[in-house]
Design a protein around this ligand. Structure first.
Ligand SMILES: [Zn+2]
Length: 244
């Protein structure tokens, strides 16, 4: 068994309701990182997600590489999306439980990296509770060694299914291989023992992309089902540090 958070990036899209219905049927409460421009286009989908128990959080307004922005531009990307997200919570009649932020592409802002971490702290962004996550699980996924000290949310497992694109040398078998490398097979799972505590030991990253749905219909359910079959148990998001 392996307890994990489910994080879904780049919502909302035309597919979001379908993903939510699936997650509700599995009793999984995800953190969904909102792309602000898409929220403006698909506000109803975001409200649907909120009304069905998803936690919506900030993934910037226009999904830029933060390393290419000035500090002021970076702050504007975050605050503009905050307003949209808070409006969606209001429209859904749901109280936002805490604030989280994930940088697009995991790009923590280049030379503004520390300033942006300070900004997140000063503005009461919380730290997803990763006390049971090891530094090596972060670094094996390409995250920095100091990630447990940072306020933004990265991941310990990335399906990388966004690489399924016309002309790309990447197939759904490559997604399955990534799953097996980390979690083993259904017959021989990598973590066969029951968990000693209920805390998450993984942050799983998947995307809500219409392009991927076109390439491999049903990819989202297939990938989540593959983890469930390997003893992964998705737990609701918990935070440490500041909340509202
Ligand atoms: Zn993204």
């Amino acid at each position: 068994m392996r307890n994990a958070y489910l994080t879904i990036d780049d919502i909302p899209t035309a597919n979001t309701e379908k993903l939510i219905d699936f997650l509700v049927s599995k009793n999984i409460k995800p953190v969904m990182f909102v792309w602000g421009e898409r929220l403006e286009r698909h506000t109803d989908k975001a409200i649907y997600a909120l009304k069905h128990g998803a936690v919506l959080q900030n993934h910037s307004y226009s999904h830029p590489h933060f390393g290419e922005l000035t500090f002021d531009q970076a702050v504007e990307e975050i605050t503009r999306n905050e307003k949209l997200i808070n409006s969606a919570y209001e429209a859904a009649g749901v109280k936002r439980p805490f604030k989280l932020f994930r940088f697009p592409f995991g790009d923590q802002g280049g030379e503004n990296r520390q300033k942006l971490q300070n900004f997140l702290i000063q503005n009461n962004f919380a730290h997803l509770d990763d006390t049971s996550i090891s530094v090596s699980d972060y670094t094996a996924a390409g995250c920095p060694e100091d990630q447990k000290n940072n306020r933004d949310v990265l991941w310990t497992f990335d399906f990388a299914e966004y690489n399924l694109r016309p002309g790309n040398d990447f197939s759904f078998n490559d997604v399955i291989k990534r799953i097996e490398d980390k979690f083993g097979t259904a017959e021989n799972p990598a973590y066969p023992q029951p968990e000693a505590d209920s805390k998450a030991k993984e942050i799983v990253l998947i995307h809500d992309h219409e392009e991927t749905e076109e390439m491999h219909p049903g990819y989202f359910m297939e990938q989540i089902n593959a983890l469930l079959a390997r003893g992964v148990r998705f737990v609701p998001p918990q935070v440490q540090g500041s909340t509202f």
